[in-house]
Design a protein around this ligand. Structure first.
Ligand SMILES: Cc1cc2nc3c(=O)[nH]c(=O)nc-3n(C[C@H](O)[C@H](O)[C@H](O)COP(=O)(O)OP(=O)(O)OC[C@H]3O[C@@H](n4cnc5c(N)ncnc54)[C@H](O)[C@@H]3O)c2cc1C
Length: 473
């Protein structure tokens, strides 16, 4: 079975008290930062609309055609502003990660996708109609007139790219593409927003040369592209070079599960919190072209680090063949599925299958707060109890208990527990008697994790007590 903690040389966490006041003030700070992020998002959109008002746009409305053109300009300003916010939300900005976590930031990014598309389509349609009415042309004639201008050709190209990005991001369409193909298309959004810039600066008077409005707009672009360039590309590259991770060994835990042991430099400077993940790229002939988000399955020890992977598809399955010495690049550490999200004195952990990996590191990194700790691992059969001995030992060290619920799911009820546990009347409350005063960390397949979260909410847990890590992004 899995290698135990003592044999591997992992140490146990140090005891330290974490007064509940600490949790409360940390939670207050996080909620404030999250609210601030939302306020900034809407304030900047209002700012974009204000650009039109500042440029004296309203005083130029003398006819219906002018009004339609004005609405088109406002839709364009608001839509582009929101696209820039989408880029910022996906830029892996550490402040945002600490406030809401990458998954929530990416969730917001996704939710903005459709409204942005509608605003940009409205911008194109309203401006074509407005200009056509003013110029006395029909829609085709006005479009042809637009296309005689170089900046407008780029703008149409930007619109086509944006359409491709949004359509391929619709869940039903996205599933038809390999992840890497979808990701490559998605990166075109960076090109699309840049291609639209020349027509924003040259058409209409809102962003005319020498105006404050133009300086503000270019600053927004610089902020979004600067953050993306630094946090998504330059910083991960520099960190990968600095820490210089190499594969030390690949350990098979089950037919489809491996632990990859890595050696790197100056791991203390990474500031990893147990439960976090990084996106890993392995520079071998077979694997260099795909990267994967994988949680740390143990805290760094000396110059060693470990991740544990289940072969979910061809990309992760190929990692079993990694050789000693393979160079590894990474982006991270990311995520709020860690002690940084604590808000209550007790710790309740629920994991299924490979979802135990972040829980294992979280347990190792959790301070002994005097509260209770309990873990429940769900598996269809014993071969899926990955890292069980380590989890068990760490839980005992916390003075808590580790439970394993092994067996097939109940077909009659939609429960996250096994049929046997359902029959015996097991519930979240019976496993974790102090659940209402606990932080509940859940990691496993999406629909299963949702069932656990639903039961927790029905019991009365607040949203900030429930921490969910989804492996299916
Ligand atoms: C925060 C997080 C932590 C994770 N931690 C672990 C872990 O510790 N151990 C483990 O075994 N699995 C983990 N996963 C899941 C793992 O990343 C996927 O199973 C793996 O990437 C699948 O890749 P594939 O090519 O083998 O399969 P594919 O069939 O190509 O991909 C299956 C699905 O995995 C997701 N995926 C693939 N590549 C990426 C990527 N680069 N970025 C985001 N999503 C991607 C997509 O939803 C895709 O549809 C984690 C996922 C996330 C989001």
């Amino acid at each position: 079975m899995n290698t135990g903690i003592a044999e591997r040389g992992w140490s146990l966490p140090e005891a330290a008290s974490a007064p509940s006041e600490d949790y409360r003030s940390a939670l207050r700070r996080r909620l404030f930062a999250a609210d601030l992020a939302v306020v900034l998002c809407w304030a900047s959109t209002a700012g974009a609309v204000a650009l039109y008002l500042l440029s004296g746009g309203v005083s130029q409305i003398h006819s219906k055609a002018d009004a339609v053109t004005a609405l088109g300009i406002i839709a364009g300003l608001a839509g582009t502003n929101l696209i820039l916010i989408m880029l910022l939300l996906a830029a892996r900005i550490p402040w945002l990660d600490r406030a809401v976590g990458q998954d929530v930031a990416i969730g917001w990014h996704r939710r903005l996708g459709k409204p942005v598309l509608y605003l940009i389509l409205a911008h194109a349609a309203l401006l074509t109609l407005g200009y056509a009415a003013t110029d006395g042309l029909d829609v085709v004639g006005e479009t042809a007139a637009f296309l005689s201008n170089r900046d407008m050709i780029l703008a149409y190209l930007a619109l086509a790219l944006l359409l491709a990005v949004v359509v391929t991001s619709l869940v039903a369409v996205r599933r038809k593409f390999p992840y890497e193909a979808w990701h490559l298309i998605h990166l075109l959004s960076y090109a699309a927003v840049l291609l639209a810039l020349p027509h924003e600066l040259s058409y209409g008077g809102v962003l005319a040369a020498g105006t404050v409005e133009r300086i503000y707009w270019i600053a927004l672009y610089l902020l979004a592209y600067g953050a993306a360039a630094w946090y998504r590309f330059a910083k991960p590259l520099l960190l990968s070079l600095r820490h210089d991770f190499r594969v030390v060994s690949v350990e098979r835990l089950a037919p489809d599960v491996i632990s990859i042991h890595l050696r790197g430099r100056e791991l203390g400077r990474l500031g990893i919190a147990g439960g976090q993940y990084a996106t890993w790229r392995f520079w071998s002939a077979r694997n260099w072209w795909h990267s994967h988000p994988l949680s740390f399955s143990a805290m760094p020890h000396g110059d060693l680090l470990r991740i544990t992977v289940r072969g979910a598809g061809s990309g992760t399955a190929g990692l079993a063949g990694l050789r000693r010495g393979t160079r590894v690049w990474f982006e991270g550490p990311y995520g709020l599925f860690s002690r940084h999200a604590r808000s209550a004195p007790n710790l309740a952990l629920v994991g299924a299958g490979i979802g135990v990996t972040p829980l294992r590191a979280l347990l190792e990194d959790s301070r002994h707060s005097g509260g209770e700790t309990a873990l429940l691992v769900r598996a269809s059969d014993e071969s899926q109890l990955y890292l069980w001995e380590e989890l068990h030992t760490l839980c005992e060290w916390h003075g808590g208990t580790a439970f394993a619920d092994v067996g097939p799911r109940s077909r009659a009820t939609s429960s996250w527990l096994s049929a046997d546990a359902v029959r015996r009347g097991v519930s979240l409350q019976s496993v974790f008697p102090r659940i209402l005063h606990s932080d509940l960390y859940i990691c496993g397949p999406g629909p299963w994790a949702e069932l656990v979260a639903q039961e927790a909410k029905a019991l009365g847990l607040e949203d900030h007590q429930i921490h969910l890590e989804r492996f299916d992004s």
